[in-house]
Design a protein around this ligand. Structure first.
Ligand SMILES: [Zn+2]
Length: 218
């Protein structure tokens, strides 16, 4: 399996996960996610389908086969375990790990992966709060409720980031919003949909855009 093939399978898995009710993932969405032309996507889809990794129907889009899904989850498992390693062991901050993990996730060594997982103590979540698939592909359900959807008076715990870009993560560091922080929505501003939050002993305002990029758990 090539690096490009692994990246396609991973992208298709994530697009399907983001829209669980759709029949398949369209070529255009794949092209947009990978910033490439629809014609190159079509070529690759044909190749992956010949390898039995996905089912491709021109008008319904693509679906991963069981084998394609297994490959995608393995790449995601490697990516997220490496992110944990970079943060916990090498002192990277959470806004620095994604690009490095994009490369490390393509190392083909089952032994390295098993030892990495054991060394880290079999973590369930990556530094961004995303669940790490187990060796058999089983995975905790990702947090799906947005901070923006909490009602006034409701409480939650910051569970994961939807936007993993470095500027957003740096912003969260700057204002002291860490995963695991308990929040209560004190008020919602009608004018711009910003939220007034209680964070422990202090209160803070976050913009509507920030509240739409943070997932909360109970
Ligand atoms: Zn990442």
């Amino acid at each position: 399996m090539t690096v490009a093939e692994e990246n396609y399978l991973k992208a298709i898995y994530k697009l399907a996960e983001a829209e669980p009710d759709a029949a398949g993932v369209s070529t255009n969405r794949i092209a947009a996610a990978l910033a490439t032309r629809a014609a190159s996507v079509t070529d690759m889809l044909r190749r992956l389908s010949e390898k039995g990794l996905l089912a491709y129907e021109r008008y319904r889009g693509v679906q991963l086969t069981a084998e394609g899904r297994r490959c995608a989850l393995l790449t995601i498992r490697k990516h997220r375990l490496w992110e944990v390693f970079l943060v916990q062991q090498l002192g990277f901050s959470w806004d620095e790990v994604h690009e490095v993990a994009e490369e490390l996730e393509h190392i083909q060594s089952p032994l390295l992966l098993r030892r990495l997982d054991a060394f880290l103590g079999h973590p369930a979540l990556d530094p961004h709060g995303d669940p790490i698939p187990a060796e058999d592909g089983a995975m905790r359900r990702p947090a799906t409720r947005l901070l923006a959807d909490l009602k006034i008076g409701e409480c939650g715990q910051l569970a994961a980031v939807k936007n993993t870009s470095a500027p957003f993560l740096q912003y969260l560091d700057k204002v002291g919003l860490q995963l695991g922080t308990k929040v209560e929505v004190l008020d919602k501003v009608v004018f711009d949909h910003s939220l007034e939050l209680r964070l422990g002993q202090r209160t803070a305002f976050v913009s509507a855009e920030v509240s739409q990029n943070l997932f909360v758990g109970p």
